[in-house]
Design a protein around this ligand. Structure first.
Ligand SMILES: Cc1ncc(COP(=O)(O)O)c(C=O)c1O
Length: 349
């Protein structure tokens, strides 16, 4: 039997906390709203922009529930998945005492977010084929949160659903956070449907990648209600600006989802073209399951210089495990044409 109890993992002082009672949260009934020191003037085309928004706008939460197949009560909208990472750390980790665990090379914000809160990081390594190492549960000590990025940034590699499920079951006293920022590019690997089985699972999502809304800052945390209730104790009173929730709700309409899927298919095609050329010029390209490919080069300095000289800004890494690698985000067809021309010219230099 799973004895997971989210409250036992939470920072104990939070259990005593009464969250800030915003005017919006207290609410009321009537025609004259003078309870929040707002302006009575709306100077914008957006309805009610002079008013504070709902903490968790119902239209947005319902739209994400429809899209993800998760109940509205199991969703928190945040300022990007980055804020969701920070909220989890602030909810469950006591500064100077607790730790998180992650498997690298991976997305840097788990460790940075922990460090800004004086929370320790047990940084384990993925295996040489970018899978979870054997016996990792024995190595995470009392880590409260275990971050698994799938598809993984920056390698682009994937861990099977079966192995992720095994991981969730192997750490029943920790919260396993599966970061699915890139899942729209490999939707069959999502573990969101496992929320009903595992109370210690959290799934992170974002509209920054496949939904093309990085500038809007909108992400989601999916989890069971016990975890959601605790995170709601630390979230800001108004984390989702009104224009953002309107844009995001539109992106999650059936037309928006159709557009997203078309664009994902097109980006995957450009990714395949790029991968072929990278291989042709001798790079070792990892299986790309997100919207980017990580390529290892024998002559990485030369390639990096070639890209810079041609005004192409790709991502190189300081991590010694990635010293010979460059990450290429998939781009439009015209941009990919240009990139391919530049890469092929390296064969002639
Ligand atoms: C794996 C991963 N998680 C989360 C994020 C952050 O997403 P957001 O823009 O929603 O904060 C990124 C952004 O690059 C990412 O690569």
């Amino acid at each position: 039997m799973n004895t997971f109890d989210a409250k036992k993992l939470a920072r104990p002082e939070l259990l005593e906390l009464t969250p800030y009672q915003s005017a919006r949260r207290i609410g009321g009934r009537g025609d004259i709203w003078i309870n929040a020191n707002e302006s009575p003037f709306n100077n914008s085309d957006l309805d009610k922009l002079n008013r504070y928004p709902e903490c968790q706008p119902p239209a947005l939460i319902n739209a994400y529930a429809d899209y993800s197949g998760v109940k509205p009560s199991q969703i928190i909208a945040s300022r990007g998945a980055d804020e969701a990472i920070e909220l989890l750390i602030r909810t469950f980790c006591t500064p100077g005492k607790d730790t998180i665990a992650s498997f690298g090379p991976t997305y840097g914000m788990y460790a940075i977010s922990a460090a800004t809160f004086n929370v320790g990081v047990t940084a384990l390594s993925l295996t040489s084929d970018y899978q979870l190492p054997e016996n990792w549960p024995a190595e995470i000590g009392d880590a409260k949160l275990v971050f698994i990025c799938n598809p993984n940034n920056p390698t682009g590699t994937i861990i099977s659903k079966q192995d992720i499920e095994k991981a969730i079951a192997s750490a029943p006293q920790a919260i396993v956070v599966v970061d699915e920022a890139y899942i729209e590019f490999s939707p069959e690997y999502s573990v969101a449907d496992l929320l009903s089985t595992y109370p210690n699972l959290v799934v992170l999502r974002t509209l920054s990648k496949a939904f093309a809304l990085a500038g809007a800052r909108c992400g989601f945390m999916l989890a069971n209600e016990a975890i959601i209730d605790l995170v709601m104790l630390v979230i800001a009173p108004y984390p989702v600006p009104l224009p953002v929730s309107e844009l995001a709700t539109k992106a999650l309409s059936s037309d928006g989802i159709k557009l997203m899927r078309e664009q994902v298919a097109s980006l995957n095609q450009q990714g395949e073209r790029l991968t072929q050329v990278l291989q042709q010029i001798g790079a070792q390209v990892l299986t790309a399951k997100g919207n980017f490919a990580l390529a290892r080069f024998k002559n990485v300095t030369e390639i990096a210089q070639l890209l810079t000289d041609n005004g192409i800004v790709a991502r190189a890494y300081k991590d010694p495990r990635l010293a010979d690698a460059i990450r290429f985000s998939f781009a439009s067809s015209a941009q990919t044409n240009k990139l391919i021309d530049v890469l092929l010219s390296s064969k002639n230099t």
